[in-house]
Design a protein around this ligand. Structure first.
Ligand SMILES: Nc1ncnc2c1ncn2[C@@H]1O[C@H](COP(=O)(O)OP(=O)(O)OP(=O)(O)O)[C@@H](O)[C@H]1O
Ligand SMILES: CC(C)(CO)[C@@H](O)C(=O)NCCC(=O)O
Length: 309
């Protein structure tokens, strides 16, 4: 990792001390609920990493609400709550959606009165057919493979908070945007938005996705480890297909092939697409984050970087 001049660096145990009043607030029942997300979430991560993070977000949230109210008073308007948006970035398969799910549950327990939503930018990719028509099939995930205008309009509508806002959904089962299917959110108090592109500079627009963020997190790890996680997830999807074959599933096509051949394919996709994207377009955005979670073997978070200014 490059030297991060503008960040305070904390080892895991040091960071764990910043838990505020929350550390002892996490019971075995909470952990059971957290585990229901289907990942190997450890009580240690919840207490040592996420409880301090929740404490920090509590400060940001309070500050944000006070400033929003003060601005409304300044303008002679009735104070109203504008959604607080948290962005999470990092490589494909680094664990962004797992981090987002965990954070959502932690925040929901702290603020049961709030509506907290989580979405991914994957749905804003152009559908496969459109990528093919634009000769961009091999560029999936690169900045220009997203409908960035649609993504910015979505964030604008969420902040404007004038009613339900719809968004497109991506499926890892079919490896495509779901056709004719939209989901919607309405008046979230907190929105967690994760995606490889959320800290990127705009293609043609005047504003960034991150202009709408009130707090941004980057999940970082050694690319060799991320490659292992990517391949492991690929094998997991494959194993699921073997047990539950479904011809509409993207991984079904590999069932006839020897596993080592399939892994060569997955390795190539990692090298030629996801790794290249990480080096050229994702990792350079790391220093736009307020907080960097650094992971090592087995997704263990060993270091946390908090931006100074
Ligand atoms: N804390 C963790 N402990 C164990 N496994 C984890 C953890 N976080 C993520 N994983 C595993 O790592 C893989 C990648 O995680 P995840 O799907 O959250 O990544 P992502 O960054 O959202 O990926 P993508 O950009 O492709 O959507 C998954 O197989 C997931 O189960
Ligand atoms: C959907 C994205 C772009 C981001 O999550 C990624 O998972 C992806 O599909 N990348 C393209 C190469 C691949 O199939 O892994």
């Amino acid at each position: 990792m490059k030297r991060l001049i503008n960040y305070h660096k904390y080892g895991r145990q040091e960071w764990a001390q910043f838990h505020g009043e929350y550390r002892h607030n996490i019971a075995a029942a909470d952990l059971q609920q957290l585990k229901s997300v289907g990942d190997q979430i450890s009580l240690e991560d919840v207490q040592e990493i996420y409880a301090p993070l929740r404490h920090l977000l509590h400060l940001y949230l309070n500050n944000y609400q006070q400033l929003s109210n003060a601005k409304a008073r300044f303008l002679g308007q009735k104070p109203h709550q504008v959604p607080f948006i948290i962005g999470i970035s990092g490589s494909v398969a680094v664990g962004k959606s797992t981090t987002a799910r965990l954070l959502k549950m932690m925040l929901q327990r702290a603020y049961p009165q709030y509506k907290i939503e989580q979405i991914t930018t994957d749905g804003f990719l152009y559908p496969n057919a459109e990528l093919a028509a634009r000769h961009l099939t091999a560029d999936k995930g690169f900045p220009w493979s997203y409908d960035n205008e649609k993504l910015l309009r979505f964030l604008e509508d969420v902040k404007a908070d004038q009613g339900p806002v719809t968004y497109p959904v991506y499926s890892h089962q079919i490896n495509d945007v779901l056709p004719d299917q939209q989901e919607q959110i309405e008046h979230p108090d907190i929105l967690i938005m994760e995606g490889i592109n959320v800290l990127q500079l705009p293609q043609n627009q005047q504003i960034y996705v991150s202009d709408y963020f009130d707090f941004a997190i980057y999940v970082d790890a050694d690319p060799q480890l991320i490659e292992q996680w990517y391949l492991h997830r690929f094998q997991g999807f494959l194993a699921w297909q073997r047990a539950h074959p479904d011809p509409t599933n993207f991984y079904y096509q590999f069932l006839e092939q020897p596993e080592d051949q399939v892994l060569v394919f997955a390795h190539r996709v990692w090298q030629e697409t996801n790794y290249r994207n990480l080096l050229e377009y994702i990792a350079p955005t790391m220093q736009r984050a307020d907080l960097i979670l650094h992971k090592t073997t087995n997704h263990f978070i060993d270091k946390v970087y908090l931006r100074k200014y």
